[in-house]
Structure formats: structure tokens, C-alpha cells
Design a protein around this ligand. Structure first.
Ligand code: DC
Length: 222
């Protein structure tokens, strides 16, 4: 069983995907973490973010391993666990440059499909999971929310992790990422068959209940 959850930054898809996977007892894959790991490697190597060939070279020379469980995705970069280190604002910004490089997307799409084949059952979350990576998924969701609500969620996440990040800066960063999501190379696509959920006024509990309801109506739950 493959369930895809796509949506813009801060739509609540990561938390929802993790909780849904835990309820169903199947693996959870955070595909944004894979793009972030390459951005983190590029920052570590000090390559220019405008130099696509240099970023690609870093990606090709790096070993990225993903360990997916029902409650976590842990990312190992060259044998080191970078799951927490990839969550900073600096990595957020660098990832915008990485995610637009077609050959990097191709590499990661292949890796994601391979994980899907190996595990068989998966809740996978990102921008292109239902549209490009798993077009034959059993169930597809698209989560959305207002820009202000998404910025507030990111602000609460970052400050809970102890990072200093002014709300206004996060709002601007999200506005910029929304702009990127509408560009020609943008990965964010809503599949025609996806269940669309606007989470602006919903608690995470309500979102997960809604997802579970759709899963049981499709008779997918074990
Ligand atoms: O969901 P996130 O914020 O962790 O994603 C980090 C970045 O990676 C963001 O710029 C969008 C990009 N991304 C992507 O292009 N395709 C995906 N499947 C997942 C994330």
C-alpha cells in the first residue's frame, strides 16, 4: 500500500504523514529530508549554490541512506546522522537551489521508488509523490493552508527546537518558496485524483482523523 501526501511548506503534511504511518504501522518517508541532506552537504563543502554542476558533483560523491520507520525518517549522510542538522533556516534556503536541479530530482526520484519497492507499504510525503514518483499510489492526498497559518506553524516548530527565527522572516521565506513552487521547474503538483484538504482551521488530530477515514473507506487499513 502506497499513500502519498503532497503540499506546500507548512501545510502540516510531515506531522500528518508521520502520525498516519504510525497509526497504520507502516513506514514513513520524508522526501524533503533527502533534498535537505544534499543541501547540507553542499553547504559543508562550501560550494556556490548557483553552481549546479558543483552541487551535482557533491550529490554524486555523497552517500545518502534513509532509514524509514513508522514514526521517523532518519537520514545518514556519508555515515553520519544528519536528521536534526538539516532543519535549520540556512539549509531551508539552500534546499531551494538543490531542488530545482533536474538531475538531482531524477536521482532522488529513483531512490524513493526503490524504497517503495523494497518496503511495499509506505506513507510518503513531499511535493511530487503522487504526481511523479508514485503515479499508481493507492491513495493520494494534497494538504494546503493559508500562508499566515503555515508561517505560524513553522515559527512554532523552529522556536520549539531552540532556533531564533523571527516570524516575519519565516513568512517571507515561505512566500519566496511559494513563488518557487509556481515556477516552471516546480515540483509541487496536485494530482487530479488527490483528496484535497485545507488544514488552515484544522488541528493535527482532525487532519489525521480525516486521512484515516479516507484510508478505511478505501479498505486499505490492515
Ligand atoms: O518539505 P520540506 O520543507 O522538508 O522540503 C524541503 C525542500 O525540498 C523544499 O524546498 C521543497 C523540496 N522538495 C522537493 O522539491 N520535492 C520533494 N519531494 C520534497 C521536497
Amino acid at each position: 500500500m502506497i499513500i502519498t501526501i503532497d503540499g506546500p511548506a507548512g501545510s502540516g503534511k510531515s506531522t500528518a504523514a508521520r502520525k498516519l504511518a504510525a497509526k497504520l504501522g507502516i513506514a514513513y518517508l520524508d522526501t524533503g529530508a533527502m533534498y535537505r541532506a544534499i543541501a547540507f552537504a553542499a553547504l559543508q563543502k562550501g560550494v556556490s549554490l548557483k553552481d549546479e554542476d558543483a552541487i551535482l558533483a557533491v550529490a554524486e560523491q555523497s552517500s545518502i541512506e534513509v532509514d524509514c520507520g513508522p514514526t521517523h525518517t532518519r537520514v545518514m549522510l556519508n555515515g553520519h546522522d544528519v536528521s536534526e542538522a538539516i532543519r535549520t533556516m540556512a539549509v531551508n534556503q539552500a534546499t531551494n537551489f538543490v531542488a530545482r536541479i533536474p538531475r538531482i530530482r531524477q536521482m532522488l526520484v529513483e531512490k524513493q521508488r526503490e524504497i517503495g519497492r523494497r518496503l511495499g507499504s509506505l506513507v510518503t510525503e513531499g511535493r511530487d509523490q503522487g504526481s511523479v514518483v508514485f503515479p499508481n499510489a493507492d491513495l493520494k492526498f494534497f494538504l494546503d493552508a493559508s500562508l499566515e497559518k503555515r508561517a505560524l506553524r513553522r515559527y512554532q516548530e523552529l522556536t520549539a527546537d531552540g532556533e531564533e527565527a523571527p516570524y516575519e522572516m519565516i513568512l517571507e521565506n515561505l512566500r519566496e518558496r511559494d513563488g518557487n513552487d509556481r515556477k516552471q521547474w516546480a515540483p509541487l503538483l496536485e494530482p487530479a485524483t488527490a483528496v484535497h484538504i485545507d488544514t488552515t482551521q484544522m488541528t493535527i488530530h482532525e487532519v489525521v482523523e480525516r486521512l484515516l477515514d479516507c484510508v478505511s473507506r478505501k479498505n486499505l487499513a490492515k
